[in-house]
Ligand binder design. Sequence first.
Ligand code: CA
Length: 501
Amino acid sequence: MRTPDLSLRPRLAGRPVLLVVLTAMAWLPAPAVAAAASRPNVLFIAADDLRVDLGCYGSPEALTPNLDALARRGVLFERAYCQQAVCNPSRASILTGRRPDTLRVWDLRRHFRETFPQLVTLPQHFKAHGYTTVGLGKLFHNQSGAKPPFPFNDPPSWSEPPAFSDGPHWADWVEEDGGAPKGKGGAVQRLDVPDEAYLDGRIAGAAVRRLGELARDGNPFFLGVGFWKPHLPFNAPRRYWDLYDRARIRPPAAASMPKGAPALAGHTWNELRGYGGMPKNGPLSTEQIAELRHGYLACVSFLDAQVGKVLRELARLGLEGNTLVVFWSDHGFHLGEHDLWGKTANYELDTRVPLIFAGPGVAAGGRALGLAELLDVYPTLVEASALPAAAGTEGRSLLAQLRDPAAPGKRLAVSQHPRPSYGNQPTHMGYTLRSAEHRYVEWRELAAGAIVARELYDHRSDPAETVNRIDDPALAAVVRAFATEAARIIANGGARPSPRP
Ligand SMILES: [Ca+2]
């Protein structure tokens, strides 16, 4: 165990680095600058269910040297938020640059092309402008039984068939008899196996090989590498578990639902309860909590090691200087905080995500405090690559913050989640608006649109969101301002999930 690495903080703004770059570029002939700036490669690295539990984000526990190094050479967004804290809606949102309400994608079954068959995704936009686009791993949602009318891995987005993109998470499992997994096993696995025993090790190997081929090819590329961890089951080779001492794993902080929170805000952790050894009802034992939190950290370090393999190859090939790297997770995760396990909540731990950019034009060692949303990634990469803007995207380019992390961000980040969490026919939708200082949540009954519950958390005094202060007279003006914003956002989005046949 080590103490948190706070050494990035003194290097906050990164302005001196930016000035050096601009001064050097001023001496280059203009066409060369334009050509170099217009055709960077893109390395788009996704993690699955990774909350902001990384060394570079100040985690007191997680060991993530490779992601910490990426943050040191780029810009880390301190306040980045997903648009819905579950795989398919979040991934559809970042990859199309549109909100779940616009896409009408709120569950794990519906495909965004059911709403917009001709939509041009982020990689597809790069493909249309001459890039070779390659998808390895889980980028769009994984197809795991649901059969939408379009493949989830979205072949139109890619120059070649995507790989390692499909299948249920439980199948990423090592049977001790060497056979194929026969069904959903336990929630954790700790075996002395090589990285390649699991999907992420194989994806890292494929990405390293493909990077070399793409470098030799010479055409600009968009390489998407989607890692499956730290999503359940928490299986990682033993050596990643051994980085942590079980006796020193911290118990969840603030382990009760927020005081005054409505019942709609919670859920019954059905995803975790579906794994072997987990109780179908009721609480986990102290030992189970420690094992799950240990397993999550092991998976975070396993993921970090796989990202490191890809980033080292990028550097070895001499591509670092002309490749924009973006690392993101589709949403966060609860590990017992708020008496919740898993995602699908509207709280900070589920909606806040790691988001790190590095590469040409990106300030080194910057920490952007301004708010950002994952749907901003699409217009950011398009603008940073000097491609024509894509039609219909709803995010805002973060390029100003990549050049100067002190540049202002968004005023609000908006996320949402239906209730029931996974049902085809939700009865309620919760919208959450995060400002720099507060989180506001509004739960609406979908049939008539009536507001049935509200929440307000004051991050100035309560960063763990432990007390719902919606009725605090001292915050009445704040609540009124949020309610006005929420009404405007919802009127523009039109949250009316259509009944499924
Ligand atoms: Ca996920």
